[in-house]
Design a protein around this ligand. Structure first.
Ligand code: UDP
Length: 330
């Protein structure tokens, strides 16, 4: 089959492209390269367009045929989102609205959407299922929820199917280390810890050790990007048989504290990671753990790379070979 992958030059999007190619599918990558990388496009046709620009989007995609869309293109920095609400709403929500308009005009009626646990906000239960209240605590989460709502509205009013995949903490890299995570700035725990281990970018700061958890640091559910990619492919298979809207959590169901992640990184790299404990980072809930039983049931999906050592080892293998990122988006 032939798929459109928006944001296909980004971290999670490029891993989905890789999985689709391995399965014998073809893709067109749509990306504005604001944060994506040309080295991540894997020889696929690239349409360089900004989703906010409806005429350009129409012109670039009119008359094409796709069996479905994987929609990743979005701004995704929590801190930045609170400072640049307008930019985030325009980019994420208006961009999605334009994409759906063009999809309907061209008769493409399936979308697998890259959503996030940030739609839930602060957890009110130990594990989070899809019925948990949706109360985002940052603009990023608000825009992702608005994008989901847009998709749901289109599903309810047109012949359209959408699966929204709410990831917990995406981590790791391709099994062959051919692609992986490369954000600028890098804000995520595992790559930051590994960079600190490599003496690159200064010491790691642990953001708070006074949380009400066993070791005082925040607990997160880390899900390997190859397992995420597998779920996306299964979600698109599901949409070949079903229309309508569904949202599914993707996580392993196991929580690891920041300190246990740092320990796992130290074991993988076989050296101490220089770190200090700093104040809490604003907007960090104590603990986020997925109940992903709905995705398992509906998609027949099972995460396979669930132990922390495997996830960190995969991220470390990538850190050894990754390209140096230049300032034009690389
Ligand atoms: N974290 C940290 N130091 C860092 C980056 C992250 O202590 O340099 C903590 C962060 O406060 C959170 C956890 O690691 O508790 C995971 O953060 P990350 O940014 O990787 O993902 P998030 O949960 O924010 O999506």
């Amino acid at each position: 089959m032939h798929f459109l992958v928006t944001g296909g030059a980004g971290y999670v999007g490029s891993h989905i492209v890789r999985t689709l190619l391995r399965q014998g599918h073809t893709t067109v990558i749509l990306d504005d390269f604001s944060t994506g990388h040309r080295w991540a496009t894997q020889g696929q046709e690239v349409v360089e367009v900004d989703l906010k620009d409806l005429p350009a989007l129409r012109a670039a995609l009119a008359g094409r045929e796709f069996h479905g869309i994987f929609h990743f293109a979005a701004k995704s920095l929590v801190g930045e989102s609170d400072e640049e609400a307008l930019l985030y709403y325009q980019n994420n929500v208006d961009g999605t609205s334009n994409l759906l308009r063009v999809a309907l005009e061209n008769g493409w009626h399936r979308c697998v959407f890259s959503s996030t646990a940030a739609v839930y906000g602060n957890p009110v239960t130990a594990t989070i299922d899809e019925d948990h209240p949706k109360a985002p605590i940052n603009v990023y989460g608000e825009t992702k929820l608005a994008m989901e709502n847009l998709l749901e509205g289109v599903c309810n009013s047109k012949s359209f199917g959408a699966v929204c995949l709410r990831y917990f903490n995406a981590a790791g890299a391709a099994d062959d280390a051919s692609i992986g995570e490369a954000h600028t700035p890098e804000t995520h725990l595992i790559p930051r810890a590994l960079k600190a281990a490599a003496g690159n970018g200064g010491d790691l700061t642990i953001f708070g050790d006074d949380y009400p958890t066993a070791d005082g640091t925040c607990i997160r559910d880390y899900i390997h990007v190859e397992d995420l990619a597998d779920a996306h492919s299964k979600a698109m298979d599901y949409l070949q048989q079903h229309s309508g809207f569904v949202a599914l959590n993707l996580g392993t169901g196991s929580g690891f504290s920041v300190k246990s992640v740092v320990n796992a990184c130290e074991k993988v790299v076989n050296r101490a990671i220089p770190h200090t404990v700093g104040p809490r980072r604003s907007g960090d809930p104590d603990s986020l753990i997925a109940d992903a039983s709905k995705a398992k049931k509906l998609l027949g999906w099972r995460p396979k790379r669930t132990d922390l050592h495997t996830i960190v080892a995969s991220a470390w293998a990538w850190e050894q070979v990754r390209p140096v990122i230049d300032t034009d988006g690389g």
